[in-house]
Write a protein that binds this ligand. Structure first.
Ligand code: ARG
Length: 560
């Protein structure tokens, strides 16, 4: 609102100046660093140069135009500047109406595809996949809130020669029951066993390759096995998604992209981009970057071939305005190659692709890994967080009845918030104890603040049409009103930079403003108007906190 208002004022000023003096200027309204100088300031240099008058002579002219608007309490000319102070009461009314209004849904502003999570079948769901899941989910929520159509895609890594090895290992040493019970850890150990055996007997590698080729050609027995591995893995991944509350609109598959890849390969061929190099098919994309290999000498497709095919399929289906890939920093070069190939192809969507890259999660300065040979590592992290949350809840409020459910929501949200409060491109150090604390820069702190507000609101009704704007104009109150107003600007910034951390930081500031407000001000006072005013204000804080947490992908709790 404040920003919006500033722009409105700027537009008004330019319209007036230009029409009266027959100019086409664009005067700029500034935000003075020193707030005692005014809420906005307009320098008069630009106009003074054109009119050949001193800035001091021009300032009063500008002041006159501003006076035509009724937003201000005071407008001063200070040397070459015009400084204006908003009338707090008018401003507050504008802001609160805006914060409390329901956003109308217009036609979507665009179609945003987000490729996130995207784990590999029969392998661990790594910490990196977790970070991708959390980040992609939140970016999707933010775009959706800002009225975009969002399509969430989970691109499964279900292709590769390792499936030949896996099938061989399963047929020779596998135990169906065990695999069904604990698919990922069993499949990972079968894979490990294959490598041990192949050390002793290298002919196994040829056998595995043969199986893989037959799998690609559609051997029904192999396909059935591959597909059962895929189902079993997905079942395990879905446990994590359920815990996080994540769903997808579509699952895509590297294997099917590989099967369809002749389409994109012939497109590339038509554009004369393919070259044979040592038997492999490559595309040169510049001297500063290695060429993209799209076909190996044995004819097999590569990761990039499958992504190239898949993005064409996605464009045909959705005509997206943006295609976002939430994948770790280690694939930076790869996504540069992908974008270069799309440029060389002159694909209609060549400028709409973004790699939303993210850093590592560290413990003790080293890359955190859940590699115990299975996916349990990650579940362990989540479960440990839930356990710690439960401990904290017991300390605070042992009489709650649905502690387990609350602990689950608090523990999982703690991990989500702990991740999103960090700027995604950076690495960060993971400390579960810190993440689950009820005080400090944590998810539980936000949830706890929201619960505190609920419990105040439960004690009394309020009438929001009977409040005091004079009271809201007092510094402590006004501070909060301005913070509430920032919400929209913050979300735009999150959207522009694909960076939910700005929202996370904002929520922390809002929560701490509430907490210091509440330590000074009693809300349930006898004076009706004062009570209405205070309760309405904290009600608005809670609604912003709750909305913000939801956009981050956190769970709301009503007790804790
Ligand atoms: N499965 C890949 C991995 O785990 C990530 C895939 C990301 N998405 C994509 N379209 N390349 O590294």
């Amino acid at each position: 609102m404040l920003e919006v208002l500033k722009i409105k004022i700027q537009e008004y000023l330019n319209k007036r100046v230009n029409e009266e003096m027959n100019l086409s200027l664009s005067l700029v309204v500034e935000n003075p660093k020193d707030k005692t100088k005014g809420d906005i300031a307009i320098p008069s240099f630009q106009l003074s140069k054109i009119l050949h008058k001193s800035p001091m002579e021009i300032a009063p002219l500008i002041k006159n135009y501003l006076e035509e608007l009724d937003y201000f309490e005071k407008i001063e000319c200070v040397g070459p500047y015009v400084n204006a102070f908003y009338s707090r009461e008018k401003l507050i009314k504008l802001i609160l109406d805006n914060v409390d209004s329901i956003k109308e849904k217009n036609d979507p502003k665009g179609v945003i595809l987000i490729d996130y999570s995207s784990p590999n079948i029969a392998k661990n769901f790594s910490i990196g996949h977790l970070r991708s899941t959390i980040l992609g989910q939140s970016i999707g929520n933010i775009f959706e809130y800002l009225n975009y159509k969002v399509v969430r895609i989970n691109h499964l890594g279900d292709f590769g020669t390792q499936f030949g090895k896996l099938i061989y290992a399963y047929l020779n040493w596998g135990d169906k029951e065990k695999v069904m019970e604990n698919p990922i850890s069993e499949l990972v150990s079968l894979y490990v066993k294959f490598h041990e055996e192949a050390e002793k007997d290298p002919s196994l590698d040829d056998k595995a390759r043969e199986i893989f080729n037959e799998l690609e050609e559609g051997n029904p027995k192999y396909r059935a096995l591959w597909s059962s591995f895929k189902d079993a893995s997905l079942k395990e991944f879905k446990r994590i998604y359920d815990l996080l509350g994540v769903t997808f609109d579509e699952y895509s598959s590297e294997a099917s992209a590989s099967r369809d890849s002749n389409r994109v390969l012939s497109l590339l061929d038509k554009k004369n981009l393919l070259e044979i190099d040592n038997g492999a098919t490559i595309i040169r994309i510049g001297d500063d970057i290695p060429p993209a290999i799209v076909k190996r000498s044995d004819g097999a497709t590569l990761y990039i071939t499958r992504d190239l095919e898949e993005i064409h399929r996605r464009y045909d289906k959705y005509h997206f305005d943006q295609m976002l890939y939430c994948v770790g920093n280690e694939q930076k070069l790869y996504f540069n190659q992908l974008k270069r190939v799309l440029k060389r192809m002159d694909a209609p969507f060549k400028d709409s692709v973004t790699h939303v890259n993210f850093g590592l999660i560290l413990t003790g300065g080293k890359k955190m890994s859940t590699r115990h040979g299975n996916a349990i590592g990650l579940n362990e992290v989540l479960n440990e967080s839930i356990r710690l949350a439960k401990e904290h809840i017991q300390e605070k409020n042992d009489s709650l009845d649905d502690k387990d459910e609350i602990a689950k929501n608090v523990g999982v949200s703690a991990i989500i918030f702990n991740d999103l409060k960090n700027y995604h491109e950076n690495d960060y150090e993971f400390n579960l104890e810190d993440a689950t604390r009820f005080e400090g820069q944590t998810g539980p702190y936000l949830q706890y603040t929201s619960v505190r507000i609920s419990s105040i609101l439960k004690q009394s009704d309020f009438d929001k049409d009977n409040i005091s704007f004079e009271l809201l104009s007092k510094d402590d109150f006004f501070e909060i009103v301005k913070k509430l107003d920032e919400f929209d600007v913050i979300l735009e910034k999150c959207k522009e930079e694909y960076a939910p951390n700005y929202l996370a930081k904002y929520l922390l500031q809002l929560a701490s403003l509430f907490n210091s407000f509440y330590s000074k001000e009693k809300c349930l006072v006898d004076d009706i108007i004062e009570r209405n005013t205070k309760l309405y204000l904290i009600y608005l804080i809670k609604s912003r906190l709750d909305l913000g947490m939801k956009l981050l992908g956190m769970k709301l709790v009503d007790k804790m």
